[in-house]
Design a protein around this ligand. Structure first.
Ligand code: PLP
Length: 375
């Protein structure tokens, strides 16, 4: 089976992890600090808190933004459910805004129409690695005094109008799951522009513990003292995994270049096919392609998917519109809410996309897609 996504581990990665395993610190310590500093080199200098998953990063982002009961959070439906689940966990109400038909990213016009007096945050998801329309979203957020959050699980390494993802939103959440643009096995990070929000993010991810004596409200205890002002969780990323992250980051540019080659080869395989729609790329955007979302005719999607799996091409569908999940449907979210996202879902198949694909495998995928359409 040609995998749809795959990690890319080399001997330097193995050596970096082994060195930590032979050392004194296994969990959060100096290597984690180095990883956060290294990541900052890819977020346009925005400070970073590394955490234990992309889901944790989103939970930290919402908690640091002060999202809570009574708040509405506007999200697109074309995403993995973690985008919403972590805000729901804090008591927020999810409001869905439809996506743009070219990129499947949240439509700024739909966002504007969804704003109410209870709106707290706008969440953009950089679907497939293609940055959302961040300038338009920033203008809306500023006009209404809202927090702008970017779920960049797919888009570490992408740029928008020459600016890196991580420098665009108030808070940006990354994932380092094995199929993502870099991996720490499990892991994630938030990049946070505002210093007070950054501090809340760090503390929420570390049990809420306040260590600096100057901020303690209980005085006179002793040098061992640390205290909690707001409840947090344990979302620490261990040094063992942070070492892998720093090592992977040294190859981010090479990973991006290889993903671009795979994208270009897939595009070329489908050139001139009126029945297929290749992933759109807007001007002024330089995506690091995490997925290759191909659109096929609605009435052929299932057969093409099954045929590709039969012939050994690992395909997926990203994503079921979030509010189709029974967890949302049970709350009364109806089908038909976001028609553009639903149409996108009905036609979408994610083809294999990773740095470890060989040119031969990429060619096999293209041929197999064409053959499956004619099957
Ligand atoms: C858009 C999106 N957001 C969030 C996540 C959650 O990341 P993780 O799997 O690292 O918890 C994912 C990963 O699957 C994702 O694709």
């Amino acid at each position: 089976m040609i995998p749809y996504g795959h990690h890319d581990i080399d001997e330097d990665d193995v050596a970096a992890v082994s060195a930590v395993l032979r050392g004194e610190w296994l969990t959060t310590g100096p290597v984690l600090e180095q990883f956060e500093a290294d990541l900052r080199g890819f977020t346009g200098g925005t400070p970073v808190v590394a955490v234990s998953s992309g889901t944790a990063a989103l939970h930290v982002a919402y908690a640091a933004a002060g999202v809570g009961p009574g708040d509405e959070v506007i999200t697109p439906p074309m995403t993995f459910i973690a985008t919403q689940a972590t805000a729901v966990a804090l008591g927020a109400t999810i409001v869905f805004a439809d996506v743009c038909s070219d990129t499947a990213n949240i439509d700024p016009g739909a966002v504007e129409a969804a704003i109410t007096s209870r709106t707290k945050a706008i969440v953009a998801v950089d679907y497939a690695g293609h940055p959302a329309d961040m300038d338009a979203l920033r203008a809306i957020a500023d006009q209404h005094g809202l927090i702008l959050i970017e779920d960049a699980a797919h888009s570490l390494g992408s740029t928008y109008k020459g600016r890196p993802v991580g420098s665009l939103a108030d808070i940006t959440a990354f994932s380092f799951f094995p199929t993502k643009n870099i991996t720490t096995a499990e892991g994630g990070a938030v990049a946070v522009r505002d210093a007070a929000t950054l501090q809340r993010a760090r503390e929420f991810a570390r049990q809420g513990l306040v260590r600096e004596p100057s901020r303690h409200r209980i005085t006179g205890e002793g040098p061992w003292h640390q205290e909690v002002h707001a409840f947090g969780l344990n979302y620490r990323l261990p040094d063992v995994l942070a070492a892998l992250g720093s090592s992977q980051l040294t190859r981010l540019a090479a990973f991006k270049a290889r993903r671009a080659e795979v994208k270009a080869s897939h595009d070329a395989a489908f050139a001139g096919r009126a029945d297929l729609e290749i992933p759109a790329q807007r001007p002024h955007v330089d995506p690091m392609w995490h997925l290759y979302p191909l659109r096929v005719p609605v009435n052929r999607r299932r057969a093409v998917f099954e045929r590709l799996r039969e012939v050994g091409v690992g395909v997926q569908v990203n994503y079921l519109p979030a509010y189709w999940h029974p967890a949302f449907a049970d709350l009364g979210f109806p089908r038909g809410l976001c028609p553009v996202a639903e149409e996108f879902y009905r036609r979408e198949i994610s083809l294999p996309m990773s740095t470890t694909l060989t040119d031969e495998q990429v060619a096999v995928v293209g041929d197999a897609v064409i053959a499956s359409l004619e099957h």
